[in-house]
Write a protein that binds this ligand. Structure first.
Ligand code: G1P
Ligand code: ZN
Length: 563
Protein backbone atom coordinates (compact mmCIF):
# COMPACT_ATOMS: atom_id res chain seq x y z
CA UNK A 1 0.00 0.00 0.00
CA UNK A 2 1.43 3.42 -0.99
CA UNK A 3 1.03 6.02 1.75
CA UNK A 4 2.25 9.54 2.39
CA UNK A 5 3.18 11.17 5.65
CA UNK A 6 2.18 14.57 6.96
CA UNK A 7 3.90 17.18 9.08
CA UNK A 8 1.71 18.49 11.87
CA UNK A 9 2.50 21.82 13.51
CA UNK A 10 2.78 21.64 17.27
CA UNK A 11 4.16 23.60 20.21
CA UNK A 12 6.76 22.96 22.89
CA UNK A 13 5.10 21.23 25.82
CA UNK A 14 5.55 20.26 29.42
CA UNK A 15 7.41 17.05 28.60
CA UNK A 16 9.10 16.95 31.98
CA UNK A 17 12.41 15.17 32.28
CA UNK A 18 11.92 11.40 31.96
CA UNK A 19 12.69 9.79 35.35
CA UNK A 20 14.47 6.55 36.20
CA UNK A 21 12.02 4.68 34.00
CA UNK A 22 10.64 6.88 31.24
CA UNK A 23 7.98 9.53 31.38
CA UNK A 24 5.07 8.55 33.60
CA UNK A 25 1.97 10.68 33.78
CA UNK A 26 -1.73 10.36 34.33
CA UNK A 27 -3.15 8.73 31.19
CA UNK A 28 -5.32 11.83 30.74
CA UNK A 29 -2.17 13.84 30.05
CA UNK A 30 -1.07 11.40 27.36
CA UNK A 31 -4.54 11.72 25.83
CA UNK A 32 -4.28 15.49 25.47
CA UNK A 33 -3.98 16.74 21.91
CA UNK A 34 -0.53 16.00 20.46
CA UNK A 35 0.97 15.02 23.82
CA UNK A 36 1.82 11.41 22.96
CA UNK A 37 2.79 12.42 19.40
CA UNK A 38 5.08 15.17 20.67
CA UNK A 39 6.83 12.92 23.13
CA UNK A 40 7.29 10.12 20.61
CA UNK A 41 8.72 12.55 18.05
CA UNK A 42 11.13 14.01 20.64
CA UNK A 43 12.17 10.52 21.67
CA UNK A 44 12.86 9.33 18.13
CA UNK A 45 14.71 12.46 17.06
CA UNK A 46 16.72 12.92 20.24
CA UNK A 47 17.56 9.28 20.86
CA UNK A 48 18.39 8.21 17.30
CA UNK A 49 19.45 11.37 15.47
CA UNK A 50 20.88 10.49 12.08
CA UNK A 51 20.30 6.80 12.70
CA UNK A 52 16.53 7.29 12.68
CA UNK A 53 16.14 6.87 8.91
CA UNK A 54 16.46 3.20 8.10
CA UNK A 55 16.40 2.10 11.73
CA UNK A 56 14.76 -0.98 13.23
CA UNK A 57 12.89 -0.59 16.52
CA UNK A 58 10.77 -2.73 18.81
CA UNK A 59 7.48 -1.61 20.37
CA UNK A 60 5.58 -3.27 23.18
CA UNK A 61 3.98 -2.66 26.53
CA UNK A 62 2.36 -3.98 29.65
CA UNK A 63 -1.19 -3.99 28.27
CA UNK A 64 -2.47 -1.07 30.30
CA UNK A 65 -5.29 1.25 29.22
CA UNK A 66 -4.39 3.46 26.19
CA UNK A 67 -1.57 1.08 25.19
CA UNK A 68 -3.16 -0.16 21.95
CA UNK A 69 -4.10 3.32 20.81
CA UNK A 70 -0.63 4.64 21.61
CA UNK A 71 0.99 1.68 19.81
CA UNK A 72 -0.86 2.54 16.61
CA UNK A 73 0.18 6.19 16.95
CA UNK A 74 3.82 5.15 17.48
CA UNK A 75 3.69 2.96 14.36
CA UNK A 76 2.32 5.88 12.31
CA UNK A 77 4.97 8.28 13.61
CA UNK A 78 7.81 5.78 13.06
CA UNK A 79 6.58 5.17 9.51
CA UNK A 80 6.60 8.90 8.76
CA UNK A 81 10.07 9.35 10.26
CA UNK A 82 11.75 6.87 7.94
CA UNK A 83 12.08 3.94 10.34
CA UNK A 84 12.46 0.90 8.11
CA UNK A 85 11.21 -1.86 10.38
CA UNK A 86 9.22 -2.24 13.57
CA UNK A 87 8.96 -5.38 15.66
CA UNK A 88 5.60 -4.94 17.35
CA UNK A 89 4.37 -7.05 20.23
CA UNK A 90 1.42 -9.32 19.54
CA UNK A 91 -1.64 -7.43 20.85
CA UNK A 92 0.81 -4.86 22.17
CA UNK A 93 1.89 -7.14 25.00
CA UNK A 94 5.59 -7.42 25.77
CA UNK A 95 7.11 -7.44 29.23
CA UNK A 96 9.96 -5.02 29.89
CA UNK A 97 12.50 -7.87 30.24
CA UNK A 98 11.18 -9.42 27.02
CA UNK A 99 11.69 -6.08 25.23
CA UNK A 100 15.30 -6.12 26.38
CA UNK A 101 15.63 -9.71 25.17
CA UNK A 102 14.08 -8.84 21.78
CA UNK A 103 16.32 -5.77 21.25
CA UNK A 104 19.39 -7.94 21.83
CA UNK A 105 18.21 -10.99 19.92
CA UNK A 106 17.14 -9.10 16.78
CA UNK A 107 19.78 -6.38 17.19
CA UNK A 108 17.31 -3.52 16.91
CA UNK A 109 18.47 0.08 17.35
CA UNK A 110 16.21 0.52 20.36
CA UNK A 111 12.65 0.13 21.59
CA UNK A 112 9.71 2.09 22.86
CA UNK A 113 8.04 0.53 25.90
CA UNK A 114 4.51 1.50 26.88
CA UNK A 115 4.35 1.09 30.63
CA UNK A 116 4.08 2.83 33.94
CA UNK A 117 5.55 -0.28 35.56
CA UNK A 118 4.04 -0.92 39.01
CA UNK A 119 1.69 2.10 38.94
CA UNK A 120 -2.05 1.47 38.57
CA UNK A 121 -3.67 1.49 35.11
CA UNK A 122 -7.06 2.49 33.70
CA UNK A 123 -8.76 5.67 32.44
CA UNK A 124 -8.09 7.48 35.72
CA UNK A 125 -4.65 6.05 36.37
CA UNK A 126 -1.21 6.18 34.81
CA UNK A 127 0.50 5.69 31.49
CA UNK A 128 4.13 5.94 30.48
CA UNK A 129 6.55 5.83 27.58
CA UNK A 130 10.09 4.67 28.00
CA UNK A 131 12.94 4.40 25.52
CA UNK A 132 15.52 1.61 25.61
CA UNK A 133 18.77 1.73 23.66
CA UNK A 134 20.54 -0.84 21.48
CA UNK A 135 22.15 -2.68 24.41
CA UNK A 136 18.61 -3.49 25.62
CA UNK A 137 18.71 -1.20 28.64
CA UNK A 138 16.94 2.00 29.67
CA UNK A 139 18.16 5.16 27.94
CA UNK A 140 21.02 6.74 29.91
CA UNK A 141 20.81 10.27 31.24
CA UNK A 142 22.49 11.81 28.17
CA UNK A 143 19.63 10.52 26.03
CA UNK A 144 16.80 11.39 28.43
CA UNK A 145 18.26 14.90 28.82
CA UNK A 146 18.34 15.31 25.04
CA UNK A 147 14.69 14.19 24.82
CA UNK A 148 13.75 16.69 27.49
CA UNK A 149 15.61 19.52 25.75
CA UNK A 150 13.71 18.81 22.57
CA UNK A 151 10.32 18.96 24.31
CA UNK A 152 11.12 22.63 24.93
CA UNK A 153 11.70 23.44 21.27
CA UNK A 154 9.58 21.05 19.18
CA UNK A 155 7.48 22.77 16.51
CA UNK A 156 6.18 19.86 14.44
CA UNK A 157 5.93 16.09 14.26
CA UNK A 158 5.59 13.68 11.36
CA UNK A 159 2.85 11.10 11.09
CA UNK A 160 1.38 8.77 8.52
CA UNK A 161 -2.27 8.95 9.55
CA UNK A 162 -3.69 6.52 6.99
CA UNK A 163 -1.49 3.62 8.01
CA UNK A 164 -3.32 0.95 9.96
CA UNK A 165 -1.89 -2.28 11.32
CA UNK A 166 -3.65 -5.27 12.81
CA UNK A 167 -1.46 -6.10 15.82
CA UNK A 168 -3.51 -9.16 16.68
CA UNK A 169 -2.13 -10.88 13.57
CA UNK A 170 1.34 -12.43 13.83
CA UNK A 171 3.70 -11.93 10.90
CA UNK A 172 4.96 -9.28 8.48
CA UNK A 173 2.91 -6.47 6.99
CA UNK A 174 4.62 -4.36 4.30
CA UNK A 175 3.92 -0.72 3.38
CA UNK A 176 5.30 1.96 1.08
CA UNK A 177 5.55 5.29 2.88
CA UNK A 178 6.74 8.34 0.92
CA UNK A 179 8.28 5.90 -1.55
CA UNK A 180 10.26 4.00 1.12
CA UNK A 181 9.48 0.51 2.31
CA UNK A 182 8.26 0.16 5.85
CA UNK A 183 7.79 -3.25 7.51
CA UNK A 184 5.81 -4.05 10.61
CA UNK A 185 6.41 -7.51 12.00
CA UNK A 186 4.08 -8.58 14.76
CA UNK A 187 6.03 -10.98 16.96
CA UNK A 188 5.30 -13.38 19.78
CA UNK A 189 7.82 -12.25 22.38
CA UNK A 190 6.66 -14.97 24.77
CA UNK A 191 8.33 -17.65 22.62
CA UNK A 192 11.53 -15.62 22.23
CA UNK A 193 11.75 -14.95 25.94
CA UNK A 194 10.94 -18.48 27.05
CA UNK A 195 13.42 -19.95 24.56
CA UNK A 196 16.08 -17.76 26.15
CA UNK A 197 15.14 -18.86 29.67
CA UNK A 198 15.56 -22.47 28.53
CA UNK A 199 19.12 -21.69 27.45
CA UNK A 200 19.90 -20.03 30.78
CA UNK A 201 18.36 -22.49 33.24
CA UNK A 202 18.22 -26.26 33.66
CA UNK A 203 14.48 -26.71 33.12
CA UNK A 204 14.84 -30.46 33.80
CA UNK A 205 16.11 -29.78 37.33
CA UNK A 206 13.36 -27.22 38.00
CA UNK A 207 10.74 -29.62 36.66
CA UNK A 208 12.07 -32.30 39.02
CA UNK A 209 11.63 -29.90 41.93
CA UNK A 210 8.08 -28.91 40.94
CA UNK A 211 6.91 -32.38 40.03
CA UNK A 212 8.77 -34.19 42.79
CA UNK A 213 11.63 -36.59 42.04
CA UNK A 214 13.82 -39.13 43.81
CA UNK A 215 11.21 -39.66 46.51
CA UNK A 216 10.77 -35.92 47.19
CA UNK A 217 7.22 -34.57 47.09
CA UNK A 218 6.38 -31.90 44.49
CA UNK A 219 6.98 -28.27 45.43
CA UNK A 220 3.60 -26.59 45.24
CA UNK A 221 4.11 -23.08 43.82
CA UNK A 222 1.80 -20.10 43.43
CA UNK A 223 2.70 -17.56 40.78
CA UNK A 224 0.61 -14.38 40.76
CA UNK A 225 0.86 -12.22 37.63
CA UNK A 226 -1.31 -9.45 39.14
CA UNK A 227 -3.26 -9.11 35.85
CA UNK A 228 -0.18 -7.54 34.31
CA UNK A 229 1.76 -8.53 31.22
CA UNK A 230 3.38 -11.58 32.83
CA UNK A 231 0.35 -13.86 32.62
CA UNK A 232 1.16 -15.36 29.19
CA UNK A 233 4.85 -15.79 30.11
CA UNK A 234 4.05 -17.44 33.44
CA UNK A 235 1.53 -19.78 31.84
CA UNK A 236 3.94 -20.82 29.12
CA UNK A 237 6.78 -21.48 31.57
CA UNK A 238 4.85 -23.14 34.37
CA UNK A 239 1.99 -24.89 32.61
CA UNK A 240 3.55 -25.77 29.26
CA UNK A 241 7.22 -26.21 30.06
CA UNK A 242 7.24 -27.28 33.71
CA UNK A 243 3.91 -29.10 33.75
CA UNK A 244 2.35 -27.50 36.83
CA UNK A 245 -1.46 -27.43 37.16
CA UNK A 246 -3.31 -24.33 35.93
CA UNK A 247 -4.24 -23.46 39.52
CA UNK A 248 -0.57 -22.67 40.27
CA UNK A 249 -0.54 -19.61 38.01
CA UNK A 250 -3.15 -17.01 38.95
CA UNK A 251 -4.27 -13.57 37.73
CA UNK A 252 -2.79 -14.43 34.35
CA UNK A 253 -5.27 -12.52 32.15
CA UNK A 254 -3.64 -9.17 31.33
CA UNK A 255 -6.17 -6.40 32.05
CA UNK A 256 -6.11 -2.74 31.07
CA UNK A 257 -6.68 -1.72 34.69
CA UNK A 258 -4.90 -4.68 36.31
CA UNK A 259 -8.27 -5.72 37.72
CA UNK A 260 -8.41 -2.44 39.67
CA UNK A 261 -5.32 -3.45 41.65
CA UNK A 262 -2.00 -1.74 42.19
CA UNK A 263 0.32 -4.05 40.24
CA UNK A 264 3.26 -3.79 42.61
CA UNK A 265 4.63 -6.98 44.15
CA UNK A 266 5.15 -5.98 47.77
CA UNK A 267 3.59 -7.03 51.07
CA UNK A 268 0.86 -4.39 50.80
CA UNK A 269 -0.24 -4.58 47.18
CA UNK A 270 0.30 -8.31 46.75
CA UNK A 271 -1.59 -9.09 49.95
CA UNK A 272 -3.56 -11.80 48.09
CA UNK A 273 -0.44 -13.84 47.56
CA UNK A 274 0.63 -13.33 51.16
CA UNK A 275 -2.77 -14.55 52.41
CA UNK A 276 -2.69 -17.66 50.23
CA UNK A 277 0.86 -18.52 51.28
CA UNK A 278 -0.05 -18.05 54.95
CA UNK A 279 -2.32 -21.07 54.62
CA UNK A 280 0.79 -23.21 54.36
CA UNK A 281 -0.27 -25.17 51.29
CA UNK A 282 2.37 -23.73 48.97
CA UNK A 283 6.11 -23.99 49.42
CA UNK A 284 6.95 -21.10 47.12
CA UNK A 285 5.10 -17.97 46.04
CA UNK A 286 5.97 -15.16 43.67
CA UNK A 287 4.35 -12.06 42.21
CA UNK A 288 5.35 -9.66 39.42
CA UNK A 289 4.57 -6.04 38.68
CA UNK A 290 2.58 -4.72 35.71
CA UNK A 291 5.45 -4.89 33.22
CA UNK A 292 7.16 -7.95 34.70
CA UNK A 293 10.53 -6.60 35.77
CA UNK A 294 9.88 -6.74 39.54
CA UNK A 295 9.47 -9.84 41.67
CA UNK A 296 8.55 -10.76 45.22
CA UNK A 297 9.52 -14.16 46.61
CA UNK A 298 7.78 -15.86 49.53
CA UNK A 299 8.37 -19.21 51.20
CA UNK A 300 5.91 -21.51 52.94
CA UNK A 301 3.63 -19.76 55.46
CA UNK A 302 4.39 -16.48 53.66
CA UNK A 303 8.02 -16.39 54.82
CA UNK A 304 9.15 -13.10 53.26
CA UNK A 305 12.41 -12.91 51.37
CA UNK A 306 13.70 -9.35 51.54
CA UNK A 307 14.85 -8.36 48.05
CA UNK A 308 18.28 -7.50 49.45
CA UNK A 309 18.58 -11.02 50.92
CA UNK A 310 17.26 -12.51 47.70
CA UNK A 311 20.13 -10.85 45.85
CA UNK A 312 22.69 -12.10 48.38
CA UNK A 313 21.42 -15.69 48.27
CA UNK A 314 21.48 -15.75 44.47
CA UNK A 315 24.98 -14.23 44.54
CA UNK A 316 26.09 -17.07 46.78
CA UNK A 317 24.61 -19.77 44.56
CA UNK A 318 24.94 -18.66 40.94
CA UNK A 319 27.10 -21.65 40.10
CA UNK A 320 24.04 -23.92 40.04
CA UNK A 321 22.71 -22.08 36.95
CA UNK A 322 24.06 -23.29 33.57
CA UNK A 323 24.35 -19.72 32.19
CA UNK A 324 26.87 -18.77 34.89
CA UNK A 325 28.71 -22.06 34.54
CA UNK A 326 29.41 -20.89 31.00
CA UNK A 327 30.05 -17.17 31.55
CA UNK A 328 31.61 -17.30 35.01
CA UNK A 329 30.68 -14.72 37.64
CA UNK A 330 32.22 -11.39 36.72
CA UNK A 331 31.06 -9.27 39.63
CA UNK A 332 28.07 -8.06 41.59
CA UNK A 333 26.27 -4.75 42.06
CA UNK A 334 23.47 -3.24 44.09
CA UNK A 335 21.75 0.12 44.22
CA UNK A 336 22.93 2.34 47.06
CA UNK A 337 19.85 1.89 49.30
CA UNK A 338 19.94 -1.92 48.90
CA UNK A 339 21.35 -3.66 51.98
CA UNK A 340 24.97 -4.69 52.16
CA UNK A 341 24.13 -8.43 52.43
CA UNK A 342 25.43 -9.03 48.89
CA UNK A 343 28.69 -7.21 49.72
CA UNK A 344 29.44 -9.91 52.29
CA UNK A 345 29.04 -12.63 49.66
CA UNK A 346 31.20 -10.67 47.22
CA UNK A 347 33.91 -10.32 49.84
CA UNK A 348 33.94 -14.04 50.57
CA UNK A 349 34.06 -14.87 46.89
CA UNK A 350 36.70 -12.19 46.29
CA UNK A 351 34.58 -10.47 43.66
CA UNK A 352 33.91 -6.81 43.16
CA UNK A 353 30.55 -5.41 44.33
CA UNK A 354 29.57 -2.04 42.82
CA UNK A 355 27.27 0.41 44.60
CA UNK A 356 25.31 2.48 42.07
CA UNK A 357 22.45 5.01 42.27
CA UNK A 358 18.83 3.85 42.22
CA UNK A 359 17.59 2.85 38.76
CA UNK A 360 18.51 -0.04 36.50
CA UNK A 361 20.22 2.08 33.87
CA UNK A 362 23.35 2.34 36.02
CA UNK A 363 23.99 -1.40 35.80
CA UNK A 364 24.07 -1.47 31.99
CA UNK A 365 27.51 0.09 31.51
CA UNK A 366 29.06 -2.31 34.01
CA UNK A 367 27.49 -5.27 32.23
CA UNK A 368 28.53 -4.06 28.77
CA UNK A 369 32.09 -3.70 30.09
CA UNK A 370 32.07 -7.30 31.35
CA UNK A 371 32.33 -6.26 35.00
CA UNK A 372 28.97 -7.43 36.26
CA UNK A 373 26.96 -10.66 36.27
CA UNK A 374 24.30 -10.24 38.97
CA UNK A 375 22.68 -7.16 40.44
CA UNK A 376 19.64 -6.02 42.30
CA UNK A 377 17.71 -3.35 44.10
CA UNK A 378 15.82 -3.39 47.38
CA UNK A 379 12.74 -2.38 45.38
CA UNK A 380 12.02 -5.94 44.26
CA UNK A 381 14.38 -5.83 41.29
CA UNK A 382 16.78 -8.64 40.52
CA UNK A 383 18.55 -9.48 37.30
CA UNK A 384 21.70 -10.46 35.48
CA UNK A 385 23.70 -9.64 32.38
CA UNK A 386 21.52 -11.98 30.29
CA UNK A 387 19.58 -8.81 29.38
CA UNK A 388 19.75 -5.14 30.43
CA UNK A 389 16.59 -4.87 32.52
CA UNK A 390 15.63 -6.42 35.80
CA UNK A 391 13.71 -9.60 35.21
CA UNK A 392 10.99 -10.95 37.51
CA UNK A 393 10.51 -14.36 35.95
CA UNK A 394 14.26 -14.85 35.64
CA UNK A 395 14.54 -14.22 39.41
CA UNK A 396 11.84 -16.80 40.10
CA UNK A 397 13.59 -19.39 37.93
CA UNK A 398 16.91 -18.54 39.60
CA UNK A 399 15.35 -19.14 43.02
CA UNK A 400 13.82 -22.43 41.92
CA UNK A 401 17.24 -23.47 40.58
CA UNK A 402 18.78 -22.75 43.99
CA UNK A 403 16.05 -24.68 45.80
CA UNK A 404 16.49 -27.63 43.43
CA UNK A 405 20.24 -27.71 43.88
CA UNK A 406 20.23 -27.25 47.67
CA UNK A 407 17.27 -29.50 48.31
CA UNK A 408 16.02 -27.06 50.97
CA UNK A 409 12.98 -24.87 51.56
CA UNK A 410 13.03 -21.09 51.00
CA UNK A 411 13.18 -20.45 54.74
CA UNK A 412 15.96 -22.98 55.26
CA UNK A 413 18.02 -21.39 52.50
CA UNK A 414 17.62 -17.93 54.04
CA UNK A 415 18.36 -19.11 57.57
CA UNK A 416 21.43 -20.96 56.41
CA UNK A 417 22.56 -17.77 54.67
CA UNK A 418 22.12 -15.69 57.84
CA UNK A 419 23.97 -18.22 59.95
CA UNK A 420 26.90 -18.05 57.55
CA UNK A 421 27.01 -14.30 56.91
CA UNK A 422 24.99 -12.67 59.69
CA UNK A 423 21.75 -10.82 59.00
CA UNK A 424 21.43 -7.38 57.47
CA UNK A 425 18.13 -6.28 59.00
CA UNK A 426 16.40 -3.99 56.57
CA UNK A 427 13.21 -2.04 56.14
CA UNK A 428 11.88 0.62 53.81
CA UNK A 429 9.11 3.10 54.61
CA UNK A 430 7.30 4.72 51.69
CA UNK A 431 5.25 7.85 52.23
CA UNK A 432 3.37 8.01 48.95
CA UNK A 433 1.56 11.00 47.54
CA UNK A 434 2.92 13.60 49.96
CA UNK A 435 2.61 17.24 49.10
CA UNK A 436 5.69 18.32 47.19
CA UNK A 437 6.56 21.49 49.11
CA UNK A 438 6.90 19.90 52.59
CA UNK A 439 8.70 16.88 51.10
CA UNK A 440 11.22 19.19 49.45
CA UNK A 441 11.56 21.17 52.65
CA UNK A 442 12.39 18.02 54.58
CA UNK A 443 15.03 17.05 52.03
CA UNK A 444 16.47 20.54 52.19
CA UNK A 445 16.75 20.28 55.99
CA UNK A 446 18.46 16.93 55.63
CA UNK A 447 20.79 18.54 53.12
CA UNK A 448 21.71 21.09 55.81
CA UNK A 449 22.21 18.30 58.34
CA UNK A 450 24.73 16.50 56.15
CA UNK A 451 26.60 19.66 55.23
CA UNK A 452 27.20 20.42 58.90
CA UNK A 453 30.36 18.47 59.69
CA UNK A 454 29.87 19.04 63.42
CA UNK A 455 27.24 16.27 63.19
CA UNK A 456 30.00 13.72 62.59
CA UNK A 457 30.80 11.96 65.84
CA UNK A 458 27.45 12.97 67.38
CA UNK A 459 25.63 10.25 69.33
CA UNK A 460 21.92 9.60 68.74
CA UNK A 461 20.00 7.47 71.23
CA UNK A 462 16.69 5.70 71.27
CA UNK A 463 15.63 3.13 73.86
CA UNK A 464 18.79 1.43 75.09
CA UNK A 465 20.66 1.95 71.82
CA UNK A 466 23.12 4.68 70.96
CA UNK A 467 24.51 5.20 67.46
CA UNK A 468 27.39 7.50 66.60
CA UNK A 469 27.39 9.30 63.26
CA UNK A 470 30.41 8.23 61.20
CA UNK A 471 29.63 9.58 57.74
CA UNK A 472 27.03 11.88 56.21
CA UNK A 473 26.64 12.73 52.55
CA UNK A 474 24.43 12.94 49.52
CA UNK A 475 25.45 9.88 47.50
CA UNK A 476 27.43 10.64 44.38
CA UNK A 477 28.47 8.08 41.80
CA UNK A 478 31.19 8.14 39.21
CA UNK A 479 30.58 5.53 36.54
CA UNK A 480 33.85 3.56 36.27
CA UNK A 481 33.24 2.90 32.57
CA UNK A 482 32.39 6.32 31.14
CA UNK A 483 33.35 8.47 34.14
CA UNK A 484 29.97 10.23 34.12
CA UNK A 485 29.06 11.64 37.52
CA UNK A 486 25.60 11.38 39.10
CA UNK A 487 25.19 13.62 42.12
CA UNK A 488 22.55 13.97 44.85
CA UNK A 489 21.38 10.38 44.68
CA UNK A 490 20.20 10.13 48.28
CA UNK A 491 20.96 11.45 51.76
CA UNK A 492 23.02 8.96 53.76
CA UNK A 493 23.58 8.94 57.50
CA UNK A 494 25.99 6.14 58.27
CA UNK A 495 26.82 5.18 61.85
CA UNK A 496 30.01 3.77 63.31
CA UNK A 497 28.61 0.20 63.31
CA UNK A 498 27.71 0.54 59.57
CA UNK A 499 24.00 0.97 60.31
CA UNK A 500 22.48 3.29 57.73
CA UNK A 501 19.60 5.71 57.38
CA UNK A 502 18.84 6.86 53.84
CA UNK A 503 16.32 9.33 52.50
CA UNK A 504 15.41 10.02 48.91
CA UNK A 505 12.47 11.24 46.87
CA UNK A 506 11.02 8.84 44.32
CA UNK A 507 11.73 9.58 40.68
CA UNK A 508 8.97 7.33 39.39
CA UNK A 509 5.80 8.49 41.13
CA UNK A 510 3.19 10.18 38.98
CA UNK A 511 1.59 12.56 41.46
CA UNK A 512 2.88 14.56 44.43
CA UNK A 513 6.06 13.38 46.11
CA UNK A 514 6.93 9.98 47.51
CA UNK A 515 9.45 9.96 50.33
CA UNK A 516 11.46 6.78 50.77
CA UNK A 517 13.18 6.13 54.08
CA UNK A 518 15.53 3.15 54.17
CA UNK A 519 16.90 1.67 57.38
CA UNK A 520 19.61 -0.97 57.70
CA UNK A 521 21.31 -2.55 60.70
CA UNK A 522 23.64 -5.54 60.77
CA UNK A 523 23.39 -8.28 63.39
CA UNK A 524 25.72 -11.24 63.89
CA UNK A 525 24.09 -12.47 67.11
CA UNK A 526 22.21 -15.60 66.00
CA UNK A 527 19.77 -15.34 68.90
CA UNK A 528 18.34 -12.19 67.27
CA UNK A 529 17.78 -13.62 63.78
CA UNK A 530 14.18 -14.55 64.53
CA UNK A 531 13.17 -11.04 65.52
CA UNK A 532 11.16 -8.86 63.22
CA UNK A 533 13.11 -6.10 61.42
CA UNK A 534 10.53 -3.64 62.80
CA UNK A 535 11.60 -4.58 66.34
CA UNK A 536 15.35 -4.73 65.74
CA UNK A 537 15.38 -1.51 63.73
CA UNK A 538 12.96 0.45 65.95
CA UNK A 539 15.68 2.63 67.53
CA UNK A 540 17.11 3.54 64.11
CA UNK A 541 13.62 4.25 62.75
CA UNK A 542 12.96 6.60 65.66
CA UNK A 543 16.28 8.34 65.12
CA UNK A 544 15.55 8.72 61.40
CA UNK A 545 12.12 10.24 62.10
CA UNK A 546 13.67 12.51 64.69
CA UNK A 547 16.54 13.79 62.54
CA UNK A 548 14.32 14.32 59.49
CA UNK A 549 11.30 15.64 61.41
CA UNK A 550 9.33 13.79 58.74
CA UNK A 551 6.10 13.60 60.74
CA UNK A 552 6.19 17.22 61.82
CA UNK A 553 7.04 18.60 58.39
CA UNK A 554 4.83 16.43 56.17
CA UNK A 555 2.02 15.81 58.65
CA UNK A 556 2.18 12.11 57.74
CA UNK A 557 2.24 9.92 60.82
CA UNK A 558 2.57 6.53 59.16
CA UNK A 559 4.00 5.29 55.87
CA UNK A 560 1.68 3.99 53.15
CA UNK A 561 3.87 0.94 52.53
CA UNK A 562 6.35 -0.82 54.77
CA UNK A 563 8.68 -3.38 53.27
C1 G1P B 1 11.72 2.93 42.07
C2 G1P B 1 12.68 2.07 42.86
C3 G1P B 1 13.94 1.85 42.07
C4 G1P B 1 13.60 1.26 40.71
C5 G1P B 1 12.57 2.12 40.00
C6 G1P B 1 12.08 1.46 38.71
O1 G1P B 1 12.31 4.19 41.83
O2 G1P B 1 12.98 2.64 44.11
O3 G1P B 1 14.81 1.01 42.79
O4 G1P B 1 14.75 1.16 39.91
O5 G1P B 1 11.45 2.31 40.85
O6 G1P B 1 11.47 0.23 38.95
P1 G1P B 1 11.95 5.46 42.73
O7 G1P B 1 10.46 5.59 42.69
O8 G1P B 1 12.42 5.13 44.12
O9 G1P B 1 12.71 6.58 42.10
ZN1 ZN C 1 8.24 -2.56 36.49
Amino acid sequence: MALTSKTIQTKPFDGQKPGTSGLRKAVKVYQEENYTENFVQCTLTAALGEKLTGSTLAVGGDGRYFGKEATLRIIQICAANGVSKLLVAHNGLMSTPAVSCVIRKYKTDGAIILTASHNPGGPDADFGLKYNIANGGPAPEGVTNAIFEMTKTITSYKVCPDLTVDISKLGKQEFQVDGRSFTVEVIDSVSDYVAYMKEIFDFGAIKGLLQGSGGKPPLNVLINSMHGVMGPYAKKVFQEELGTPASNTVNCEPKEDFGGLHPDPNLTYAADLVKELEKGQHGFGAAFDGDGDRNMILGQNAFFVTPSDSLAVLADNLECIPYFQKTGVKGYARSMPTSGAVDRVAKKKEKKCFEVPTGWKFFGNLMDAGLLSLCGEESFGTGSDHIREKDGLWAVLAWLSVLASKNKSVEEVIRQHWSQYGRNFYTRYDYENCESAPANKMMENLGNFISDSSNIGKPFSSGDKTYTVAKIDNFSYTDPVDNSVSKNQGIRIIFSDDSRIIFRLSGTGSSGATIRMYIEGYESDTSKFNLSPQVVLKPLIDIALNISQLREITGRQEPTVIT
